[in-house]
Design a binder for this molecule. Structure first.
Ligand code: G3I
Length: 349
């Protein structure tokens, strides 16, 4: 057998996975078995986002999220809520009045408060940590010009944390983002952490999503970011780890409209991963886990963004129909050799 990641890492940090609806509903039995055996923490990949939890104002839909939390409790897992305030997958009603015009700051505050309070209270003491605000800062350190920002300015972030803290004073509260190693973003997020703390508002962790490529980021720049977040006075969570084996979609001249040319350049491993690429990919996972182990005192959790390759969002990004290999289990739900290697890594550390 491939062994168990959660057992091997139990004295280091939680090892987590995101769960999709088939896993939460239990129809994907193979994944459910893997999750129970391998992971000590879970997060919902989609069903706790605002457009699913409150599709219409005041009409909450809790069925999937309830099941997710029940699964985590039953299996004694550290349950994470993702995500309270995010510009994406937020329903339109949140920001506009009946005439389609932006609501006033007061109305948006009220809607945020109601959303956060209702959800966090429902899962009080059960969900142990919340991604309170997701992806609000850009790579250059400026604020994303989201609807939240447009209507409330920078204030929307401290407000969100305050509402969450009031609803469950025991839950850990996180700021979560991608491209989290870019120096401009690191600088702004650490300023944000200090600013919240100076206002007496609690923030317990920064979530580093860790959607990683084969070449970027370098281990050095990633380590700098971990240290900077830790030094700002919070724990670090690795929240959405996956390592794409495909060429980066950024800065490419491949033309998406020409599917054949695009596939040749951007989707080259439809029939399987060549041995040398697989080796590089495994080395990359080992390098990152070595780094996480080195900083285990600052890292509370390492969560993978899904179980098996066929379920990864990476196959649909930036367009549908790529064949990627970013996760620890293959398309037949078989543990890849990397699982054993990561277990060996911690045993030898
Ligand atoms: O459920 C519907 C289904 O009914 C419909 O037929 C189908 C048609 O496209 O869409 C399904 O919804 C999709 C949903 O995933 C569930 O599969 C949405 O279109 C799709 O947009 C959605 O994508 C999710 C994405 O967030 C949305 O932005 C991915 O699964 C999810 O992995 C991804 O996760 C994000 C994190 O929340 C934040 N950080 C980045 C990360 C990756 O983008």
């Amino acid at each position: 057998s491939e062994g168990s990641l959660k057992k091997a890492y139990q004295d280091k940090f939680y090892i987590g996975t995101a769960m999709n609806l088939e896993q939460i509903n239990g129809t994907d039995k193979k994944s459910v078995e893997i999750i129970k055996k391998q992971f000590s923490s879970i997060v919902a990949e989609n069903c706790m986002k605002s457009m699913y939890l409150q599709p219409q104002e005041g009409q909450f839909f809790f069925k999937d999220a309830d099941k997710f939390v029940e699964f985590g409790e039953k299996n004694k897992m550290f349950i994470i809520g993702h995500t309270l305030i995010w510009h994406s997958q937020a329903p339109d009603w949140f920001f506009v009045d009946k005439d389609g015009k932006n609501v006033s700051p007061e109305v948006l505050k009220q809607r945020m408060k109601n959303h956060i309070t209702t959800i966090v209270s429902r899962y009080k003491r059960r969900v142990k940590g919340w991604d309170v605000v997701n992806e609000a800062i850009l790579e250059d350190g400026s604020y994303r010009k989201s609807k939240f920002y447009e209507i409330l300015g920078e204030e929307f972030i401290p407000l969100a944390f305050k509402y969450a803290q009031e609803a469950d004073p025991n839950a850990e509260l996180y700021y979560n983002d991608y491209n989290e190693w870019h120096p401009g973003k690191v600088k702004r997020v650490t300023m944000l952490v200090k600013d919240l703390k100076s206002k007496g508002i609690r923030i317990d962790g920064v979530g580093m999503q860790a959607h990683i490529g084969m070449d970027t980021p370098s281990i050095d720049e990633y380590e700098k970011a971990i240290l900077a977040y830790a030094e700002s006075g919070v724990k670090v969570n690795i929240t959405e780890l996956d390592i794409s084996a495909l060429p980066s979609p950024w800065g490419t001249s491949a033309n998406i409209a020409d599917k054949v040319a695009y596939d040749e350049k951007m989707n080259p491993y439809k029939k399987g991963l060549p041995k040398e690429v697989q080796t590089q990919w495994e080395n990359r996972y080992e390098d990152f886990f070595s780094l996480f182990l080195k900083h285990k005192d600052n890292i509370r959790r390492v969560t993978l963004w899904g179980v098996s390759d066929n379920q990864s969002w990476k196959n649909d990004f930036p367009i549908k129909g790529r064949t990627d290999y970013p996760l620890l289990f293959d398309r037949q739900f078989k543990a890849k050799p990397i699982v054993r290697k990561l277990i060996k890594l911690v045993e030898e550390s």
